[in-house]
Design a protein. Structure first.
Length: 421
């Protein structure tokens, strides 16, 4: 649909909307990641095993991703995306608040499932909107802005949650006699509600680059159009899912590794872990965004992703570093590579998929990522640690999973780069 004012959309004209979208994405990833920093305290209070904890952390996120990502993606292609984002923000705020009052493993599972709703549809909607706020040559930089929001949310999941945990631990039972990890989530829920209010002031942008006749093509037509691109999409999705699996395992189990291997508490590692996520997120997003635009102009948009995947293989050994400094440095390299790849995959989908199938395509990818990355990776690390001899072998189990899937992603991106887009 052409713009009525005759002006082509650009990042310069639409940066306020992109900034709000970045904040919303940050809140979505803060909500899904906040529990990781304090899960050891919850484990002790609720008497959970590593496998139970991995199931709560992983499967609770996988359920909404698997069940809702494709329908949400289809909805993104057809309904008002701003309204969709607002509705999802209400749900993940309820999940964050529910985490604070969960009295059992089952209640905690449900609360974390609601908190994870943001990455099931909010990211898809945000990518779709951002793609309509600029031209194709700026898509990499638009995805950069969203990824900065993602990295800020992931950083706050460690730094803000860790700081709140430390404060309430010193203050003692607060907010109605809640323990520190519970009180922290009450504050985070309030912050999530307040910081997503600017969505109420945004309007739905005009959709660009439709290729199928009619503004709302039949679902089957969209699926067939996606399937026609399978020689490129299948290895791209496989590589992206593998990266998501490695990143998810690292995000969920890094804090327990620090607690068990180095006897650190959330208030001790939350600050510098958050700083690592923020700095690597910024540098990775900028690198990935500029590299995506550079590669798109030269027909080599996946080449930077191949380089980043190659870096991630040795960097995935961060859990078995012998010192906190070594852990932090190698983790930073691992996180940087993940951010670069994430921006490039988002840019590839925004550039190669026409508007009417963009949301569904991203939704299918997120559903697959949710099923494998969240549904399999967290409990898999716990199972492997058990097979290796018990919870003390968590660092080796995490390193084994992360290096294996990182190597697989490298192979997949090489295959995708050789296929026609």
């Amino acid at each position: 649909m052409p713009r009525l004012d005759g002006l082509a959309p650009t990042i310069r004209r639409n940066w306020p909307t992109l900034l709000v979208l970045a904040v919303v994405v940050a809140m979505a990833f803060l909500s899904v990641g906040s529990f990781s920093a304090v899960q050891e305290a919850a484990k002790a209070e609720l008497r959970l095993s590593d496998v139970m904890l991995g199931t709560i952390q992983g499967v609770s996120a996988a359920v909404p991703l698997v069940l809702l990502s494709a329908p949400a993606g289809a909805a993104v292609d057809r309904v008002n995306r701003m309204h969709l984002l607002l509705g999802m923000s209400v749900i993940w705020t309820m999940g964050t608040l529910g985490t604070a009052f969960a009295g059992s493993a089952a209640m905690l599972f449900v609360a974390r499932m609601l908190a994870s709703i943001g990455i099931a549809g909010a990211l898809t909607a945000a990518i779709s909107i951002a793609a309509d706020l600029c031209g194709q040559s700026e898509r990499g930089r638009a995805m950069l802005i969203l990824t900065l929001g993602k990295s800020a949310g992931q950083a706050a999941a460690f730094s803000a949650t860790g700081a709140l945990f430390g404060f309430f631990q010193i203050a003692g039972p607060s907010l109605g006699e809640l323990s520190a990890w519970r009180a922290s989530h009450v504050i985070l829920a309030i912050a999530a509600a307040v910081l997503t209010l600017p969505l109420l002031m945004l309007r739905e942008p005009a959709r660009q680059e439709t290729q199928i006749e009619g503004t709302r093509p039949p679902f089957g037509v969209v699926l067939r159009s996606l399937w026609a691109r399978r020689s490129f999409i299948l290895p791209l999705f496989a590589g992206g899912v593998a990266v998501a699996m490695a990143d998810t395992a690292a995000a969920i189990w890094a804090a327990p590794v620090l607690g068990r291997a180095f006897n650190l508490t959330p208030d001790q590692f939350g600050g510098w872990m958050g700083a690592i996520m923020l700095v690597t997120g910024i540098v990775g997003a900028v690198t990935g965004g500029l590299a995506a635009d550079w590669g798109q102009k030269r027909g080599r948009i996946l080449f930077p992703a191949i380089l980043a995947a190659g870096l991630s293989v040795p960097a995935a050994l961060f859990p078995v570093m012998g010192s906190v400094t070594g852990f932090a440095v190698v983790l930073a390299l691992f996180a940087f590579s993940g951010y670069v790849i994430g921006v490039i995959i988002a840019a590839v989908l925004a550039v190669t998929l026409p508007n009417e199938m963009r949301g569904l395509g991203i939704g299918i990818f997120l559903a697959l990522a949710g099923l494998v990355a969240f549904g399999l990776a967290p409990p898999l690390v716990g199972w492997i640690a058990t097979l290796l001899g018990g919870e003390a072998h968590l660092p080796a189990a995490l390193a084994l999973v992360a290096t294996t899937v990182s190597a697989f992603s490298l192979v997949c991106f090489i295959i995708a780069a050789r296929r026609p887009i």
